[in-house]
Design a protein around this ligand. Structure first.
Ligand SMILES: [Zn+2]
Length: 247
């Protein structure tokens, strides 16, 4: 096999990284900047291009250890042979991608017509996992906006909600983080968010209560100060059907 210069560079990088776990490298960068890296924080600013591939390999090897500790025969059980790789990919690239990827690009536009009527969006399906057990939280989100000087395309709300929820969370904090992001993006005069979600740590394990869902909401700006506006939002949401979540 011919080794090309780019292979050499790649091997060098592989070697350097193999001395130290890539998760340690990333963690040390975060600590140096005195930033948080809780389960629902986004840490993409501390991950260099190409490092996610290394992290995925590291996670796969740890999941392999977990399966071994669960006394699952990962060598001979045909169903479990590639499980570690699949789980690592699922965590880093899919269900927890909101920790490792940058926020989707969102362009804002001036509110040229000075729209000041509220509008609501939803249901936007949201998927997360509880930080306590790492099992799914699946639900619907409704967003109410009283526009300020900036507006953003309505599909962007769904993209940002997906990015925020694709992390391990507790529902109350997920809603707050989403509200912070939306405020940062379009500085609305008022913002209301309601999430209704099913928590699999309640129906799959623990009390095994399959029909319970959790509803929580947050209101900011004019929705907070003006009770009639708040009322209008909740009335609008009440009359809308649920989406994907299993009620
Ligand atoms: Zn839980």
């Amino acid at each position: 096999m011919t080794i090309t210069p780019s292979d050499n560079i790649k091997n060098d990088i592989d070697e350097k990284i193999s001395d130290e776990l890539i998760s340690d490298v990333i963690r040390n960068r975060i600590k140096l900047q005195k930033k948080r890296f809780h389960a629902n924080d986004n840490i993409s600013d501390f991950i260099n291009p190409g490092e996610l591939d290394h992290l995925q390999k590291e996670v796969a090897s740890k999941v392999r250890d977990l399966l071994k500790s669960l006394v699952i025969d990962i060598e001979n059980d045909h169903n479990s042979q590639e499980t570690a790789e699949r789980v690592a990919k699922m965590y880093l690239r899919e269900v927890f991608k909101g920790r490792y990827q940058k926020r989707p690009n969102v362009t804002d536009f001036p509110n040229a017509k000075n729209l000041d009527e509220i509008y609501t969006l939803g249901p936007i399906s949201v998927r997360s996992a509880c930080s306590h057990h790492m099992v799914p939280i699946i639900g619907d989100c409704w967003i109410g906006i009283k526009p300020g000087d900036k507006v953003i395309g309505i599909s962007k709300f769904a993209r940002v909600a997906d990015w925020v929820f694709s992390r391990p969370h507790i529902q109350e904090e997920a809603v707050m983080i989403l509200a912070d992001e939306i405020e940062r993006l379009c500085e609305p005069k008022g913002l209301a968010i309601l999430v209704k979600a099913k928590h699999y740590c309640m129906c799959w394990r623990g009390v095994k209560e399959p029909n319970t869902s959790m509803i929580n909401s947050i209101v900011r700006g004019d929705f907070r100060h003006d009770p009639s506006l708040k009322q209008e939002f909740f009335e609008l949401v009440k009359n809308q059907p649920s989406g994907l979540s299993c009620y």
